[in-house]
Design a protein around this ligand. Structure first.
Ligand code: GAR
Length: 199
């Protein structure tokens, strides 16, 4: 089994789509980690008997969490709407084993403060014609790890940031399960500082 831990902070629609779309005989979502006690994602995890861990931003909290994740033999950490910065200690403990989904086409519209609706508002105000979703490896700098895969959406006719959010969310729900499935099958390959997703 390929063991996955999913970090969340909110509604949990990406957690849900991941849970529903990956192959259950190959991938086990065995832990959900949240910085919020009450949120849709935690509720979903509890309803589906997934172990939930809560973290706050102090160092001990993450040291304990790392021990728990190692005990569970976690193969991949997925940030699915987790809005806190991942501490360096966790990045070091899971090198190239942490991925994040971002609701825009990185390297544009990323960085500190760029999450959720902030991203879609910035994209809308820029008058960009395309947006999309990006899945990338997590390193020690916000939204700067190597890009694994992207999906693009046409936003040339939208009339609000909410409309962009909905279009992007639809492709997020396809992209994240696709990438997790590929990683579990060793079909995501790092070569010459680029990432290749192979058949
Ligand atoms: C998603 O749109 C995700 O891309 C975004 O938060 C939302 C979570 O929704 N993540 C970021 O903005 C990270 N920078 P969800 O809780 O319904 O999955």
């Amino acid at each position: 089994m390929f063991n996955v831990a999913v970090f969340v902070s909110g509604r949990g629609s990406n957690l849900r789509s991941l849970f529903e779309k990956v192959r259950k005989d190959q991938i086990n979502i065995c832990a959900v980690i949240s910085d919020k006690k009450n949120c849709g994602a935690v509720e979903f995890a509890q309803q589906n008997s997934i172990t939930v861990f809560f973290v706050d931003s102090n160092v001990e909290s993450y040291s304990l969490l790392i021990k728990e994740l190692l005990k569970l033999s976690i193969d991949l950490i997925v940030l699915a709407g987790f809005l806190k910065k991942i501490p360096d200690e966790l990045v070091d403990a899971f090198e190239n084993k942490i991925i994040n989904i971002h609701p825009a086409l990185l390297p544009s519209f990323g960085g500190k403060g760029m999450y959720g609706m902030n991203v879609h508002k910035a994209v809308f105000e820029s008058s960009a014609k395309w947006s999309g979703a990006t899945v990338h490896f997590v390193n020690k700098i916000y939204d700067e790890g190597l890009i694994i895969a992207q999906r693009v959406v046409d936003i040339s006719n939208v009339s609000s940031p909410d409309e962009i959010a909905q279009k992007v969310l639809n492709v997020e729900h396809e992209l994240l399960p696709f990438v997790v499935q590929k990683i579990s099958e060793s079909k995501v390959v790092l070569k010459n500082n680029r990432v290749y997703v192979v058949d």
